[in-house]
Design a binder for this molecule. Structure first.
Ligand code: ADP
Length: 195
């Protein structure tokens, strides 16, 4: 059960990734959360990425890939995970193939959200890197660098899209349902004693 959650900033993918991961009993791995944790703890890595994140730019692939590589090598990630916010560049997508093998990705869940709704949501969230200018930069960077990755995953026929507008619970159900329908992962445990 190796899943990627992809979408523009503010699409709600982090919230949904956490919920779906809990449902499936697999870890939720968010590179954004990992970087924020480094910044909060004041590690060397945190000091290197702080200003990059505040500007809404992407952290260099070298740094990001190394951190992610260590995380997916942890025992809890052996049987699956939801990656949230990774890969975001072509280099990261290639690195991910190298780390887990190109055939082991089950599904890429893409969030579709109207741009105006996104800006509104992000300004409400009020995170330290959520200024209007940074939000605009993150959109531009997403369109330029991350959206093209969908071509790659579409060509592998692993992409499903989800409407990201609505109540949080409702969207979680949409995702679980789409994963079920696609029959890519078991989203409901089998009854006690049955195979
Ligand atoms: P959002 O989805 O709202 O943009 P994230 O929490 O996913 O927020 O990421 C916040 C910031 O962390 C990004 O703007 C970027 O600077 C950095 N970041 C997170 N993931 C990556 C990545 N895979 N590659 C490069 N930078 C990243």
């Amino acid at each position: 059960m190796k899943l990627l959650f992809v979408g523009p900033p503010g699409a709600g993918k982090g919230t949904q990734a956490a919920r779906v991961a809990q449902r499936l009993g697999i870890p939720h791995i968010s590179t954004g959360d990992m970087f924020r944790d480094h910044v909060a703890r004041g590690t060397d890595l945190g000091r290197r990425v702080d200003s990059i994140m505040k500007a809404g730019e992407y952290v260099p692939d070298e740094i990001t890939v190394e951190m992610l590589g260590e995380r997916v090598a942890q025992p809890d990630a052996k049987d699956g995970f939801i990656l949230d916010g990774f890969p975001r560049t072509e280099g990261q997508a290639e690195a991910l193939d190298g780390l887990i093998g190109r055939h082991s990705l089950d599904t890429v869940v893409v969030f579709e959200v109207d741009e105006d709704a996104l800006v509104e949501r992000l300004l409400e969230r009020g995170r330290v890197d959520d200024t209007e200018e940074t939000i605009r930069t993150r959109f531009k960077v997403y369109q330029e660098q991350t959206a093209p990755l969908l071509d790659l995953y579409n060509s592998r026929d692993v992409v499903v899209t989800v409407d990201g507008i609505g109540e949080v619970d409702e969207i979680t159900e949409r995702i679980v349902e789409v994963l079920d329908t696609e029959n890519r992962i078991p989203t409901t445990a089998s009854p006690e004693g049955s195979p």
